[in-house]
Design a binder for this molecule. Structure first.
Ligand code: SAH
Length: 214
């Protein structure tokens, strides 16, 4: 597990690209400049780790595009100690960004292979989540609700009700909604039954799958 000056230099270039695309939050940019994304990817793709693209990981899934990770994280407006639910642990890269921003992260992954791999890998890099779970993100995580922030990193065909109900009042849910193309959607919980909704542009994610789907 090597992180060299060359990798660091490539990360600085990547930060410049993400900045030029509109990301302003210095803490988010700082996390991207620090986290060795190449170590979250299968070895064959290491040369591509610092291009601003999504790439295949195990179990037919992808590590999200760095710009997308930064965009979603910026929308969360994280405060230190925020209790954050993440749906779609995947490679753990987004998880590491959240932990770097001092969030207490509860993350769920439905692919056993990825769950097992990332559970072992993240602590080796020094990123310790509060809890990782192998399970179905459509249900949220009622045992640990409510959450200050919720982030979904797979394309959701609809907004799962449990995620809205597990959000604290004042909390924020960032979720890409749609089938082939997803609209990045931010919900801010204003009251028990009141949610403000913002739509923030088109993105492409691998689909959020139900338990019964492959
Ligand atoms: N944020 C991660 C993964 C992005 S890919 C990264 O950047 O590496 C989306 C992830 O969501 C995949 O790992 C996929 O297996 C997972 N996923 C899909 N449907 C899910 C569900 N219902 N519950 C939990 N995770 C799910």
């Amino acid at each position: 597990m090597k992180d060299t000056h060359r990798h660091k230099g490539l990360r600085n270039q990547l930060v410049k690209i993400i900045k030029s695309k509109g990301i302003k939050d210095e803490k988010v940019l700082d996390a991207i400049s620090k986290i060795p994304r190449h170590l979250f990817m299968d070895s064959g793709f290491i040369d591509f780790a610092y291009q601003d693209n999504a790439f295949p990981i195990a179990a037919d899934q992808t590590i999200s595009q760095p710009y997308t990770v930064a965009f979603q994280t910026e929308l969360l407006q994280l405060e230190p100690k925020d209790k954050v639910l993440e749906i779609g642990t995947g490679s753990g890269y987004q998880t590491a960004v959240l932990i770097d921003l001092k969030a207490e992260v509860y993350s769920i992954e439905r692919q056993k292979e990825l769950y097992e791999k990332t559970r072992k890998f993240l602590p080796r890099l020094g990123y310790v989540a509060k809890k990782l779970n192998f399970g179905d993100g459509y249900k949220g995580w009622p045992e640990y609700a409510p959450f200050d922030k919720i982030i979904v990193t797979a394309g959701a065909p609809f907004v799962p009700k449990p995620l809205l109900s597990q959000l604290k009042i004042g909390g924020r849910l960032v979720i890409p909604v749609g089938d082939d193309v997803q609209i990045m959607t931010l919900f801010i919980r204003k009251g028990e039954k009141e949610f403000e909704k913002h739509e923030l542009g088109d993105f492409r994610f691998v689909p959020m799958l139900k338990e019964s789907q492959k």
